[in-house]
Design a protein around this ligand. Structure first.
Ligand SMILES: Nc1ncnc2c1ncn2[C@@H]1O[C@H](COP(=O)(O)OP(=O)(O)OP(=O)(O)O)[C@@H](O)[C@H]1O
Length: 332
């Protein structure tokens, strides 16, 4: 378990991390999300004692990182790919880490095998591709067989097979009861991997909630209905007191009514339907909606400034974000 309490980091006048408090629990994969510059890496560095907090604290299984005698046996981290000694072989890089933490050399062979680098174990790591460097970083995180694992952008540089592998690895580690904390900008990947989310913006906590609740609370869900008999559908809906919004291509969008009820209503009126489907926004849309106000670096790609998601944004029925995007500790 990782406990973060009142964590703050200032660089001069810049507040990179602003009074963050949350707990990362074992047994699930916890995703760490935030726009560029939100303070994710700074938070992770402070968790590993690589940076001193201005105030507040981080406890790793109840202890400060500095109090852990052989830290790699408690917490393993992938912070920056290729943070290894380029002139050393993959094996020797891991050997140095193993020796400083009294980890048997046999474990090096095991982790190299786990990450698929056995055949290049003797190769100097400076010749490694980005994906190989990432795998070596992951091997170093796993070396001490720790209960807590932290991965900063682990899928960077990995090919689809590698992404699939790291996803299953993280899920497997959580299933074993370990604490897995992972940051990524790849929302589709995060949606497949994480069970719980910590979201920050401009150093502040925006959400601490389950993946399902985060998407549910920050997105519009509706039922999409398409029929060759649209006018009769509209009459039937009117009669039943159900409001429909006209979407593109003759589609009707209905908020807050399950497809089952709509299907039964259509059947009662003998109306043919060509489509009846539940629409749920993606994690990416929910994330952009929640963090819209705390994005520091915008690309101005169009009249709207490029800050809004393409789908659903601003369409009828899409309400204001709960708590104006600042609902701290929601659902915790
Ligand atoms: N050593 C430093 N000196 C000054 N400012 C810093 C330093 N490290 C980080 N910052 C600033 O603190 C803020 C948080 O940076 P950080 O790298 O933690 O964000 P991040 O969420 O990891 O961003 P990204 O997603 O782009 O990696 C940024 O505004 C950054 O410019």
């Amino acid at each position: 378990m990782i406990e973060v309490t009142g964590l703050t980091k200032r660089y001069g006048r810049k507040v990179a991390v602003n009074d963050l408090s949350f707990t990362v629990r074992p047994g699930v994969v916890t995703g760490f999300l935030g726009p560029n510059g939100a303070g994710k890496s700074t938070t992770m560095r402070m968790m590993l004692d690589l940076d001193n907090p201005t105030s507040g604290s981080v406890k790793i299984d109840g202890k400060h990182y500095r109090e852990l005698s052989e830290p790699l046996k408690h917490i393993g981290a992938l912070l920056e790919a290729k943070a290894m000694h380029g002139g050393r072989s993959a094996y020797n890089n891991l050997l140095c880490l193993a020796q400083s933490n009294r980890i048997p050399a046999s474990r090096i062979t095991e982790v190299l095998d786990m990450v698929g680098l056995t055949s290049v174990a003797k190769g100097k790591s400076k010749g490694f591709s980005m994906g190989m460097g990432q795998r070596l970083g992951i091997a170093s995180a796993l070396l001490g067989d720790p209960e807590i694992l932290m991965f900063d952008e682990p899928v960077n540089g990995l090919d689809p097979e590698g992404i699939h592998w790291i996803r299953n690895l993280m899920k497997g580690l959580a299933t074993e009861g370990r604490t897995v904390f992972v940051s990524s900008h790849l929302m589709s990947e995060m949606a497949l991997t994480a069970d719980h989310l910590i979201v920050i913006g401009q150093g502040r906590l925006l959400a601490n909630t389950s993946m399902a609740d985060f998407i549910h609370e920050n997105s519009r869900s509706f039922t999409r209905l398409r029929s060759p008999d649209r006018e009769r559908v509209k009459d039937a809906l009117d009669e039943a007191g159900i409001t429909a919004v006209e979407g593109t291509g003759g589609v009707l969008e209905i908020d807050g009514v399950e497809p089952e009820r709509l299907g039964e209503l259509a059947a009662r009126h003998g109306i043919v339907l060509h489509e009846l489907s539940s629409q749920r926004a993606s994690l990416e849309e929910a994330f952009m909606r929640m963090t819209a106000e705390s994005v520091e670096y915008h690309a101005h790609t169009g009249p709207d400034g490029g800050g809004a998601p393409a789908t659903g944004w601003g369409s009828p029925g899409w309400g204001t974000p709960a708590g104006g995007g600042n609902d701290q500790g929601k659902g915790a």
